[in-house]
Design a protein around this ligand. Structure first.
Ligand SMILES: NC(=O)c1ccc[n+]([C@@H]2O[C@H](COP(=O)([O-])OP(=O)(O)OC[C@H]3O[C@@H](n4cnc5c(N)ncnc54)[C@H](OP(=O)(O)O)[C@@H]3O)[C@@H](O)[C@H]2O)c1
Length: 344
């Protein structure tokens, strides 16, 4: 299954601090009923049942009778389950925008997510499209179609600069792969999650040559050959790539694997038409799926890849649910916990 978007934006998490929910208490967890999305494969459901040590019931619009707490695994939470009984929701996707924008998140409920090996897949996707461009693959395909012979030079990505928005699980995986190819990587993050307070020297996470804040990216946009977004969709990132940011770009290719609504598509079109953005590779769009008549298909020098760069596998879900389960039952907060106030 693939990550989906299309959140009603006004309801996106607004970034206000929300106290983290308590970890599910052992007695509540022991009594909890396991509800799983009906779309999950039966082998995966058996594995989730094995991990949680109980049988699963379908995650439906109507909660099961009884007042037992609920432990849910899925990608959507029906309104009727946004209630006090919800103990823990494990999302089968990495992005939380759809879950959080669907209604008020019940403050007592833990929200964890699945990332699995998505970072590796998405890093491979990003590198694949970068190398395709560097090797003139679109031009050679076009030449082949008209039986035309013409030698074309290639570009070396080693030594070029990639500006990577988001230094989390996905952004860091992209950074690590590009670094291995000799690309200079500059990360852009919201906070100095990996280091000291703003204004002091930042510690740099693996995969990045340096990390800057979102407010200090103008110069870096002008120097980058590749601008790559892995940003989540929150109130702060909606329309994040707008006219101002694209105005600072000087011939970079823009690749978006985060969320479509982080981009102002009108501003991107203008930047593509005036050449400031060389090409665009868009795995995600503000409206998905794009209808055949959607003008997005007409954008110049653009490839659209139907939200496929990081498709979640059943193994990703089982492995991450097991890791979260091990943490919760040992009294630790899982590393894959979503901060529901921040929105990612
Ligand atoms: N295309 C696909 O198929 C696909 C698949 C999987 C995931 N995704 C998308 O990828 C997103 C990222 O996943 P992840 O696992 O890497 O998330 P993550 O580990 O939570 O990392 C999110 C990163 O974004 C940064 N960020 C958040 N708000 C920002 C802002 N306003 N300005 C600058 N940076 C900001 C965070 O900064 P801090 O470090 O300062 O907190 C963090 O580095 C998901 O939310 C999902 O939307 C897409």
């Amino acid at each position: 299954m693939s990550e989906s978007s299309g959140a009603p934006h006004s309801l996106l998490a607004c970034g206000l601090p929300v106290p983290p929910p308590p970890l599910p208490a052992p007695d509540s967890l022991a009594r909890a009923r396991l509800l799983v999305a009906p779309s999950l494969d039966s082998c995966l459901v058996r594995e989730l049942e094995r991990i949680a040590g109980r049988g699963a019931e379908p995650l439906a619009d109507v909660p099961p009778p009884s007042d037992a707490p609920l432990l849910c695994v899925g990608d959507a939470l029906p309104d009727a389950l946004r209630a006090d009984r919800l103990l823990w929701f494990h999302s089968i996707t990495a992005g939380s925008d759809r879950l959080l924008s669907g209604g008020l998140w019940p403050g007592q409920a833990l929200l964890t997510r699945t990332v699995g090996r998505m970072g590796e897949r998405m890093a491979q996707y990003v590198l694949g499209w970068m190398l395709a461009e560097a090797q003139s693959v679109p031009e050679f395909a076009e030449q082949h179609a008209r039986a035309h012979w013409e030698r074309l030079p290639s570009e070396l990505v080693a030594g070029q600069t990639a500006l990577i928005y988001g230094t989390g699980r996905i952004g860091a995986a992209v950074g690590r792969l590009l670094t291995a190819c000799g690309v200079r990587t500059v990360g852009v993050a919201r906070t100095t999650r990996y280091g000291p307070e703003p204004g002091t020297e930042r510690a740099v996470p693996p995969g990045f040559d340096r990390v800057i804040g979102a407010a200090e990216d103008t110069g870096a946009l002008g120097e980058a050959r590749w601008v790559i977004s892995t940003l989540p969709l929150t109130a702060a990132t909606e329309g994040f790539f707008g006219a101002d940011r694209f105005a600072a770009v000087r011939g970079a290719t823009f690749l978006n694997v985060g969320r479509g609504a982080t981009v102002d598509m009108g501003a991107l079109e203008t930047a593509l038409r005036d050449g400031r953005v060389r090409r665009a590779v868009l795995d995600v769009l503000p409206t998905e799926p794009a209808a055949p008549e959607d003008p997005v298909w007409q954008l110049p020098r653009t490839v659209i890849t139907s939200h496929s760069s990081g498709i979640t596998t059943d193994e990703d879900i089982a492995v991450d649910f097991a890791a979260c389960w091990a943490d919760v039952t040992a009294g630790r907060r899982p590393g894959l916990t979503v901060d529901t106030g921040r929105g990612y």
